[in-house]
Design a protein around this ligand. Structure first.
Ligand SMILES: Cc1cc2nc3c(=O)[nH]c(=O)nc-3n(C[C@H](O)[C@H](O)[C@H](O)COP(=O)(O)OP(=O)(O)OC[C@H]3O[C@@H](n4cnc5c(N)ncnc54)[C@H](O)[C@@H]3O)c2cc1C
Length: 387
């Protein structure tokens, strides 16, 4: 990996050509433009290919095996992923756990977890939400009690994406039930999913996919050294992680895929002859362009080492709601072909419209619902009075 070129020193054109050629030649055709979360078993060969090339972590510093791309190069990398329909592998270790350990982890944690997360030996899932703590995450009840050199964890998480593929979970636990503010008694802990006492149970969603799980903790012992940052200070770390997550969800990549499908179907069916349809399509296409610029602005901020502010909620709302509007229009454009799941030939275009529609639905829920994001904007960005 030391021999990796300095991509930031390349011209944008040369870098784009290199990324384009690599994705075109190496990314498996049957995994392009997936309409569901990709599972680890199917993505592992691609991960190995990326790892061999040194391209698993475009944003990580070179010191830890990343590409250390600057903002402009990062956008090119993401645009090319989008164009080639490259699916998100279970990548929380790269996009979430890595940045947090680099900032808050001990040297031992960095040295243990970062290389293994990069190589794909460790696959992470996020254990935040609980049956009574979603939007109001700080109400979480899963507890961790110090016992000798261990933390003993009891409780339940829910909606844990791809927990059944994960080897590890990063989770929020309550470590002080007496804290004056509920946010103050929470810690961030790492656990091996195979630790005795952890049970993972998949949940099937409306599209028929097992995308997320319930995770139960019954007297689970993890070493105290698995605590990230200081005891009872997990909320601050989690908030930083949530901003990164909103940036990832805010990437216009998935709505852009859907828009491309819409364009192909509309062309095949001659729908652009209807000026009402064409107008609505153009508004969405322009929204995708604007989203690209807005996304780029936030990526730039991260690259400069500046923390993301509450205004990242704007990107999360706009991307997920635009995606839903595009898939609503896809459903309309597909007419009877939108009523059944499965790949169909729609006037010469292969598409699974209903699955696309389902796939876009939860975007306004995960990573913090649109209503909650609007509350955040009202309170912290617009500084409107609270009721
Ligand atoms: C596909 C998917 C994947 C997920 N993956 C993960 C994961 O990997 N890890 C994880 O920890 N969690 C995950 N989640 C959970 C997700 O973070 C929560 O669903 C989300 O935070 C909302 O919480 P909730 O489901 O408990 O809904 P609730 O908080 O009960 O909200 C119900 C409704 O009330 C509204 N509402 C709640 N509070 C307010 C308020 N103050 N003002 C206005 N409206 C409000 C909400 O907007 C929503 O419409 C995932 C969810 C989905 C759908």
């Amino acid at each position: 990996m030391n021999a990796m070129p300095d991509y930031n020193a390349m011209s944008d054109e040369v870098f784009r050509r290199e990324v384009d050629a690599f994705f075109a030649a190496e990314y498996p055709p049957h995994l392009r433009y997936l309409l569901r979360r990709a599972r680890w078993a199917e993505m592992k060969p691609w991960w190995d290919t990326l790892y061999a090339k040194g391209w698993v972590a475009p944003g990580w510093p070179r010191e830890w095996g990343g590409m250390e791309l600057g903002a402009a190069k990062m956008l090119i990398y993401m645009e090319e992923m989008e164009r080639h329909g490259v699916a998100r592998a279970p990548e929380q270790g790269i996009t979430q756990v890595g940045p947090i350990l680099m900032r808050y982890g001990t040297q031992e944690q960095k040295e243990h977890y970062l290389p293994r997360s990069l190589s794909g030996e460790y696959i992470w899932c996020q254990g935040y939400s609980e049956p009574n703590a979603g939007s109001d995450l700080a109400s979480l009840q899963t507890s961790a009690v110090i016992d000798g050199g261990d933390l003993v964890i009891n409780g339940q998480k829910i909606w844990t994406s791809l927990a059944h593929d994960a080897t590890h979970i990063y989770m929020l636990v309550r470590t002080d039930k007496t804290a004056k503010k509920k946010q103050l008694g929470i810690s961030l802990v790492l656990a091996d999913v195979k630790t005795p006492g952890i049970t993972v149970r998949p949940i099937r969603n409306i599209a028929g996919h097992e995308e997320f799980c319930e995770v139960f903790f019954d007297n689970v012992r993890v070493p105290y050294a698995n605590l990230v940052g200081r005891l009872n200070e997990g909320w601050t770390i989690a908030k930083a992680l949530l901003s990164y997550e909103r940036l990832t969800i805010g990437s216009p990549r998935r709505p852009a895929y859907a828009l491309r499908r819409l364009e192909l179907i509309a062309r095949a069916k001659g729908l652009f002859a209807d000026s009402g349809f064409a107008d609505r399509y153009n508004v969405l296409a322009l929204d995708i362009q604007d989203l690209g610029s807005l996304f780029g602005r936030f990526v730039e901020q991260v690259k400069r080492g500046e923390p993301l502010g509450e205004d990242i909620s704007m990107l999360k709302i706009w991307t997920t709601e635009t995606w839903q509007r595009i898939t609503d229009m896809l459903l309309e454009a597909g007419a009877e072909d939108g009523a059944l799941q499965g790949m169909r030939d729609i006037d010469g275009v292969e598409a699974d419209i209903l699955t696309s529609f389902y796939y876009a639905r939860p975007g306004t829920i995960y990573g913090g619902s649109s209503e909650v994001q609007r509350n955040i904007l009202a309170r912290y960005v617009l500084q409107l009075p609270t009721a």
